[in-house]
Design a protein around this ligand. Structure first.
Ligand SMILES: [Zn+2]
Length: 113
């Protein structure tokens, strides 16, 4: 599962930062997820619980903000904020879309102590 691998990678990155900065622990990690990244925020929260279980980060909360993705229709050239549930062009109904923004997943903030 895609989200599980991503959560695992995020946890490793957080762990590395904690060790490098000699921090004691992490209250929360904030992710920014583009709506066209293919990552489902609700799955991320579940997978995060699975990867932190039994680690020093078992109490670390995963906070998620989403960035609306903009797509371009390759049939008519229209640009619009894409609805990830319904990926069709609102102007011509075409389904061949090219995502312009909102395809990334980034760690926006690590709240450590
Ligand atoms: Zn179109």
């Amino acid at each position: 599962m895609h989200e599980l691998a991503i959560c695992d990678a995020i946890l490793k990155r957080v762990d590395r930062i904690v060790k490098e900065e000699r921090l004691e622990g992490v209250n929360s990690v904030t992710l920014e997820i583009g709506t066209l990244s293919g990552v489902v925020p609700a799955f991320m929260t579940d997978c995060w619980q699975a990867v932190i279980d039994g680690t020093p980060y078992a109490e670390t909360a995963l906070l998620i903000t989403t960035e609306p993705g903009v797509a371009e229709c390759l049939d008519c050239g229209a640009q619009f904020t894409a609805d990830p549930e319904k990926l069709v062009c609102p102007k011509c109904g075409g389904g061949t879309l090219n995502p312009l923004t909102g395809t990334d997943l980034t760690i926006a903030e690590i709240n450590a102590y």
